[in-house]
Design a binder for this molecule. Structure first.
Ligand code: C5P
Length: 230
């Protein structure tokens, strides 16, 4: 009963503005992806990690990053694809046959915890699929033409999806293959489970588990990091 983590880290990070992909930007002096990988490396329930990176960074990640930071659980570094979904699908092709659960985690969410990993894996074993998510706390508006608010959406049933997300491995591989064949586009893996009709449950995460997307997120990230180490 093996658990394999798949880490998509093959984005270009264009919304950050610079030329370095955001997963390699330094947070507290270390690349973002290192923070994410460190938690997966130290999570007792993770047996193995497969990392998807841009073609140009394959050598650096395999021979430099993995060795320098002692990420012994990284067994494979693969080239990502055009979209996040393609990167995950490529990584899934390298998951060993005996794997029963796959944990997908975005490299650019450096503040996951071992607790989240354990909880989401346990929930996936029970239900088939599970994701870390956060209840919507803001008031949500549906907006139409000319910035005009059409209605206020009931936020009570709304949750914001984060990663890590955990799934039965064979179901996730099949869902990815089907989506690829039918050109169905997804921004997270849970969507593919929902689309084929498999159950996915939410496990409450934390507001600190931010996704670094825009430059201001790095400022918030440094603050979160600082609050943890002091
Ligand atoms: O672009 P976005 O913020 O949604 O990316 C989420 C994660 O997916 C990031 O860790 C990014 O590196 C990864 N990604 C990928 N392959 C792509 C695009 C994004 O692995 N083609």
């Amino acid at each position: 009963r093996r658990v394999v983590a798949v880490v998509p880290a093959a984005g270009k990070g264009l919304r950050m503005g610079g030329s370095v992909p955001k997963q390699f930007l330094a947070l507290g002096g270390e690349p973002l992806v290192v923070h994410s990988l460190r938690v997966l490396q130290s999570s007792p329930c993770i047996d193995q990690i497969i990392l998807a990176v841009p073609q140009a960074d394959l050598d650096y990640c395999l021979n430099d990053l993995a060795v320098r930071y002692g990420f012994s659980k990284i067994t494979k570094v693969v080239a990502g694809g055009r979209e996040r979904q393609d990167s995950v699908r490529h990584a899934l092709e390298h998951v060993p046959d005996e794997t029963d659960i796959v944990v997908v985690h975005d490299a650019v969410r450096p503040f996951l915890t071992e607790h989240m990993v354990a909880n989401v894996v346990a929930a996936a074993r029970q239900h088939g699929g599970a994701i870390i998510a956060l209840p919507m706390r803001d008031t949500v508006k549906q907006v139409g033409a000319e910035q005009r608010i059409e209605r206020t959406v009931d936020r009570q049933p709304l949750w914001l999806a984060q990663t890590p997300q955990a799934f039965r491995c064979d179901w996730l591989q099949a869902a990815h293959r089907k989506a690829h064949a039918e050109a169905v586009h997804a921004t997270d893996d849970a969507f593919l489970f929902e689309w084929v009709g498999h159950p996915v449950v939410v496990v409450e995460g934390s507001g600190e588990n931010i996704k670094v997307t825009r430059p201001e997120d790095m400022v918030i990230g440094e603050a979160i990091l600082g609050s943890r180490t002091t």
